[in-house]
Design a protein around this ligand. Structure first.
Ligand code: ASP
Length: 333
């Protein structure tokens, strides 16, 4: 039987972090370990695939920047051309795993499986979840069933699409969920069960791509403004004044925009691209009031604010601030 060749790209996170005792579950840090050490500590991985570990970065994922996403996309695209490589696992801190996954989902140009995973407990913890998550991710990346499904996330025995997955709990091992759509499937021992798949375009069918010459500084600046009761307009004004090209309103409910904010936006001669997302965590943001539509405010659909930010950044980079094009992009992806 053909034993697949899987590249495991390490980027850091809790999966390579260490505490001082087995009972330490928070307050740990990345010390001497990188992904090569974790792979070496799980010999069962070698029964599934031929592995190559590539420690690309070794950072906590709250530090991950657009420049890291670009480097990761270029690295995977380049390696994917190699016919000897069957699939990829990317290990990542869980905090921003969903953002890296979505960026890759929109920009990679391969049908080979790309699976992100991480852990909620450090490598030194009793019942660390990293080794099993890694084993499941390698199993998924080795499976033909995972081809052409876009970037996948394997955590806690579930398979999620990069488009819909979110970290939903600060500490629990079952933190990853796709609140608006549910998981794509399950990994149970050797068995991989896909139940469904995302119908939105991704990877080879996405119109976005990263080129060698793409530098992070050349991409537009997008801010997220969290809205709340007792809202005032100062943060929105601050974003506009510092020159944001796009702003995601992480608004209340179904993307509601307070009248005071509308007034600020209407007073501008040239306004940044504005997307209405929701802070509720699930469900679609719909077209909303006729005046919001007239103002060109773009509904995020079921994308979270942080994923809307990535899509808007890629779309503004490609098309500039053209409302019809941006609306189409948000309807499509
Ligand atoms: N702080 C970690 C991170 O890099 C959390 C984790 O990996 O679970 O996101």
């Amino acid at each position: 039987m053909h034993k697949p060749h899987i590249v495991i790209i390490g980027t850091g996170g809790t999966i390579v972090s260490s505490g001082t005792t087995g009972a330490q579950m928070t307050g740990y840090s990345i010390q001497g370990l990188n992904i090569s050490n974790i792979v070496a500590a799980v010999p069962a991985l070698n029964e599934i695939a031929n592995l190559r570990a590539v420690p690309l970065f070794n950072i906590g994922s709250c530090n991950v920047k657009l420049s890291n996403w670009i480097k990761l996309a270029l690295t995977i695209n380049q390696l994917a051309i190699n016919s000897d490589i069957d699939g990829f696992v990317v290990t990542h801190g869980t905090d921003t795993l969903e953002e890296t996954a979505f960026f890759l989902h929109l920009t990679l140009k391969t049908a080979k499986p790309v699976v992100l995973t991480g852990s909620m407990r450090p490598a030194t913890a009793i019942s660390a979840d990293g080794p099993l998550n890694l084993l499941n991710a390698v199993r998924l990346a080795s499976s033909e069933d995972a081809c052409g499904k876009g970037v996948l996330v394997a955590m806690n025995g579930q398979i999620h699409s990069a488009r819909d997955v979110s970290k939903t709990n600060t500490v629990a091992v079952d933190t990853f969920a796709s609140p608006s759509s549910g998981p794509l499937g399950y990994i149970i021992g050797e068995q991989i069960d896909f139940l469904t798949q995302s119908i939105k375009p991704h990877t080879l069918t996405s119109e976005f791509r990263i080129l060698e010459e793409d530098a992070a500084q050349a991409f537009p600046e997008i801010d997220i403004v969290l809205l709340h009761g007792d809202e005032n307009v100062d943060r929105l004004k601050a974003c506009i004044n510092h020159g944001a090209d796009g702003i995601i309103l992480e608004a209340t409910g179904n993307g509601s925009v307070p009248v005071e904010l509308e007034n600020v936006l209407n007073s501008l001669e040239k306004k940044p691209a504005i997307v209405r997302a929701s802070r509720t965590g699930s469900g679609p943001v719909t077209q909303g009031l006729p005046n919001w539509q007239k103002m060109g405010l773009i509904p995020a659909g079921t994308l979270s604010a942080q994923k809307s930010r990535i899509l808007l950044q890629l779309a503004l980079h490609k098309f500039g601030n053209r409302t019809t094009e941006l609306e189409r992009v948000f309807k499509t992806y």
